[in-house]
Design a protein around this ligand. Sequence first.
Ligand code: ZN
Length: 222
Amino acid sequence: MTYLHKDNQGSPISLPVNKVVCIGRNYLDHIQEMNSTVSEAPLLFMKPKAALCHLDEAIQVPTDKGECHNELEVSILLKSPLKNATEAEVLNAIWGVGVGLDLTLRDVQAALKAQGQPWERAKSFDYSAPVSGFVPLGEMEDLNDLHFTLTINGEVRQQGHTAMMLHKIVPLLAHMSEVFTLDSGDVILTGTPKGVGPLLPGDNVDVEFTGYFSIQTKVVGE
Ligand code: ZN
């Protein structure tokens, strides 16, 4: 179905659908499980707006390109542009906060990394960013104390806590806005904790954003 930003009650939000900006390697436990190294400057990449879809609809994964991995991350929806922003300006520009998947074709990514090539083929395909509805910022508690959990077929696979981020949400967005302008309707995915693994057609998926909502969905093959 056509993607529109929604709030956590399912009502549409009248903001444009725009790009998705992501950070890699933002939790030490995930860096360790991937045998990656900590990069001092945040590792940034983007997904086009065609990547956005609704997490509460079935998650479509490509089935002919090797493993497609879950990366459950806190997501931010912006309501106004940011360029060279201060942290106060970042807080004023956030519409709300939810969770989303940064779906990743892990075998494709490994081949791209080996060749020193960029990651778009592994991360920026259509429907690679299923996102939840967004909780209005005014209803949120401390952004550095958010917990989220991904359960697959009844087994907990990922548990995240934003206190463990190497680059915390507000300074991260301020930094991103120094690299390129963030726009109204942009979605930011803020990095995955450990527990990435393959999603398979038929998997039952339970996403919990602790204290705010939970979503039950499933995986289907494309
Ligand atoms: Zn990610």
